[in-house]
Design a protein around this ligand. Sequence first.
Ligand SMILES: [Zn+2]
Ligand SMILES: [Zn+2]
Length: 388
Amino acid sequence: MNEAEFLKKKFREYYSTHAVNSVPSIEAREFGIGDFKKKIVKRHMHFSSVAELNNFLRKEAPLYISYSAAYYKEPEARPMENKGLLGSDLVYEFDADELGLDCKEEHDFWYCKKCGNSGKGSVKNCSNCGSAVEQYQFICEKCLEETKKQMLKLIKVLDEELGIFEQVSINFSGNAGYHLHIRSEKVRPLSSAARLELVDYLTLAGFTAEASIADFSEKMLKCVKPQAVKGAKARVLNRMIEFISNANPDELAAFGGIRLSKARYVHENRAKIIEKMKQGILDYLPGSKATSVKFWQNLIEHAKHCEALKLDRQTSIDIHKIVRVPDTLHGSTGLIAFGSKQIKVFINKAPKFKLGAERFGPYENEQAVLPEYAAIYLIGKGLASLRE
Ligand SMILES: [Zn+2]
Ligand SMILES: [Zn+2]
């Protein structure tokens, strides 16, 4: 039995005891399936009922199965234009890979098939021969913690600022992040352009100091009064106030791009500076106007960076995208559903990783006895084999 067959067998076992009932309006969705290391090998599939989908899963046990956020008159019709679009859920995706976290340098690695070179971190091309490399991404507690924080922030903004947090479902994306689906009637008719506008708002694309909250054109530097605005502007201004009240002089110097002596001045006068901000005035620092403008610009950029959601833009804009069916297995990771029966595998390479409460690794060209779920995790990533 090779690795692909082994995974299939295990997936079949899983689907024979777990029914999937996570897709509302199943008859109007397009489905797609994937295979060992390929997330999509076939699209334009259609199931007329939950029972039909589950029969298919038990019989075929695909390693990946995705469905359309869109609703169609004829989901199986091709090309896309012939399907008859009826509307589409809004889908937002956070991926730990996109958050720019330091831990990725520790747990991700790459391998060059051409020359055999390998190394740590997220690298696209081999440092030795320049060929495209195979990338292996892992997640740690920090990755999960950060994606969770982003998700909570998104929920707050969707609910409090945009008023569209209705009929929501949140799922592990299977790889290294989360999907949030909004299935409310309100969002279904939104065009791609409207979805783009929403993403721009959430990611603060196009938010700049002078276009959004500040005026540096006159002698007195001004800002919008935080208490007079709502939404993203208020969030950025309040984040600035929070930063000024809590940052030490070193942090003020680093993020404000000013000398330590000036940062000390800001720190000592923080109460007065914040009071002025609330009156719509950005206070002068000792020195030239240019120094003050630079400081405020940097501070606004920093606050913007903290407030911007690190969403995958493409997922939320593309009306026709297909995404993982919630509660299904995922061929390269989400396999914690499997048991803890011990099996023997040969592991090419794996960093330290954690699944559920168990810690594993690191491994390098060695045989190991692992609980089934951990073995399936590594086999699915193509990093372990059944070889004795
Ligand atoms: Zn190479
Ligand atoms: Zn991590």
